[in-house]
Design a protein around this ligand. Structure first.
Ligand SMILES: Cc1ncc(COP(=O)(O)O)c(C=O)c1O
Length: 407
């Protein structure tokens, strides 16, 4: 968001029309957050079917679990494929059944998820598909914008997501009847809230003024250090949320500001993609480290780079040097959905070993232009040194073990 966008509010066609053009869909529906959009989508599907189960990836934003709870539906966790954000197709094929209302494939980290398998198993079970593209506005899967392939697509317009209205969300649906039902559900559930609107305007202004490296380091750095000192990792990454999810309207001015910012979205995504791919390729040269990349035929938005390490200890060594460095290194979600105490009672106890392992071995590196090439070299050097140390430790342990076995 730039000052120019604030000054030019109202100069461009409506956000809805511009976003519809950007996504090549007939129309879009703006809601008060990505989570609110999800709550509305789920309530809408609930009216169309007597099925009540919702299948979500076991590693995703905790807000998704809260949205399912608020809609009065039953959560089912699907584990991930090993070392991937994708749903495990074998587990999904066993879970999807006549009770499944919908499946929510999720394009985490702006990387398009493999929709072919998910769509096929969902269709076989007669279930709907809601694409969670909260982190992936502008990503493309098989030549089609993500979010527009399933029955319903959800995007987030919350600060930090490429295009923002403060807090906001978007709903799309290819089927005109479903679009009409989504609009009807929104009219039933959404209320205007002047206090919330004013606080969102303040948030948008604050975001425009303070979204600079120095301010971010100060605003995020202090609370982060405090949370880490207390050992509160969930708080450190902002993973703690509460019900109810507010379902409120989004004011005209906030939408007008975003309509102007949309002018830059395509070129911002292009340069992010270029930078993200290059940096991921460099990171993939380090032994013991995997930077996640797009699958064949898809194109991501690369808000950050997701890194998986050979072990949790290796990942933690890197974080101990870089988490509070102000270089944009952090974790995405601290746990798989079964790991949050505050979600007990909402999330069924399910063994999801791949999701658990993903949470334990991953970190993210911001792919913002604020992370200069020099910053990136520093990050890469720390990762190389930490993983090399890890390999040496492992070698030493193996030698000791061998020595013990011989004696
Ligand atoms: C995967 C995913 N789904 C849903 C959401 C919810 O979006 P919002 O923050 O706009 O409510 C988020 C938020 O980061 C997310 O990462």
């Amino acid at each position: 968001m730039k000052f120019k966008d604030l000054l030019e509010a109202g100069r461009y066609p409506e956000l809805e029309a511009r976003l519809a053009e950007f996504l090549a869909v007939p129309s879009v529906q703006i809601e008060s957050s990505g989570t609110a959009a999800l709550v509305i989508a789920l309530n809408c599907l609930k009216k169309l079917s007597s099925r009540r189960e919702v299948i979500v990836p076991a590693y995703t934003c905790p807000l998704v679990a809260l949205a399912v709870e608020q809609a009065g539906l039953e959560l089912k966790l699907c584990d991930l494929k090993p070392n991937s954000y994708d749903l495990d197709p074998t587990i999904l094929s066993n879970l999807a059944c006549a009770r499944t209302l919908c499946v929510i494939p999720t394009h985490l980290s702006g990387l398009p998820s493999n929709l072919a398998e998910t769509l096929s198993f969902a269709r076989q079970a007669g279930a709907y598909v809601i694409e969670d593209a909260a982190q992936a506005l502008g990503a493309v899967w098989n030549g089609r914008p993500v979010g527009t392939v399933g029955d319903i697509g959800v995007f987030s317009l919350t600060c930090g997501k490429g295009l923002t209205v403060g807090e906001g969300g978007v709903l799309v649906a290819p089927d005109p009847d479903l679009r009409a039902k989504l609009l009807e559900t929104s009219r039933e559930l959404v209320r205007a809230d002047l206090y919330k609107e004013l606080s969102q305007i303040a948030l948008l202004l604050g975001y425009t003024f303070f979204y600079r490296p120095f301010a971010l380091r100060f605003l995020y750095g202090q609370p982060l250090r405090r949370s880490l000192e207390k050992g509160d990792l969930v708080q450190a990454v902002g993973d703690r949320f509460a019900l109810p999810i507010a379902l409120t309207s989004v004011g005209k001015w906030r939408k007008q500001v975003a309509a102007g910012a949309l002018n830059r979205l395509k070129s911002a995504i292009e340069s992010n993609t270029d930078r993200g791919r290059k940096r991921a390729a460099l990171l993939n040269q380090i032994a013991g480290v995997t930077a996640l990349t797009e699958s064949e035929g898809s194109s991501g938005t690369w808000p950050f780079i997701s890194l998986l390490f050979a072990s949790e200890a290796m990942r933690d060594r890197v974080l101990s040097s870089l988490w509070t460095s102000g270089l944009g290194v952090t974790r995405l979600f601290i746990h798989d959905l079964t790991g949050y105490d505050y979600l007990k009672g909402i999330v069924p106890a399910t063994a999801v070993p791949n999701a658990t392992s993903f949470a334990q071995r991953s970190l993210t590196i911001s792919n913002s232009s604020f992370v200069s090439d020099q910053d990136f070299e520093t990050i890469k050097a720390v990762i190389s040194a930490s993983t090399a140390q890890g390999s040496r430790n492992l070698e030493r342990e193996e030698i000791l073990l061998r020595a013990k076995t011989i004696s």
